[in-house]
Design a protein. Structure first.
Length: 141
């Protein structure tokens, strides 16, 4: 296992053949299998690496929103999202991520809506992607 000499590694990735990888989170042992998408020579039988990037964006947003809500005594017990990743070509890269975010079951009043939106926009993954990928968010409160 490769370990960065400056810090303990976060994860490992093992190539399994057939355009698949096994990603392991070192601390927890949790594993994720990736597969190349059908439009890029794969079988599309698991998350592709770019699917994980798009999904991580929303997971990070919900985590940061959760922290914000906990710190501000706002009840946050429901969030669901549908994520659409649009690939570009030349070079092949994520061009746009469109997200439909549903917060309806939290029954928040309008004074909370913008605060939650702002919290989510501050997530580290959003900050990382924002200069290279178009991020389109649709909120349902």
């Amino acid at each position: 296992m490769y370990v960065n000499p400056k810090e303990m590694a976060t994860s490992t990735v093992e190539y399994l053949g057939g355009l698949r990888t096994k990603c392991t989170h070192i601390k927890s042992g949790q594993e994720v299998i990736t597969d190349a998408p059908v439009d890029n020579n794969g079988k599309g039988e698991a998350f592709s690496p770019t699917d994980l990037v798009a999904t991580a964006y929303v997971s990070c947003m919900y985590t940061i929103i959760g922290i914000y809500c906990e710190n501000n005594n706002i009840h946050f017990n429901f969030g669901k999202a549908a994520i659409t990743k649009i690939m570009g070509s030349n070079p092949r890269s994520i061009e746009r991520i469109e997200v439909d975010l549903d917060f309806t079951e939290n029954n928040w009043d309008e004074s909370i809506h913008q605060r939650v939106k702002n919290a989510g926009k501050g997530c580290p993954v959003a900050k990382t992607l924002s200069s290279n990928v178009e991020l389109k968010l649709n909120y349902k409160f």
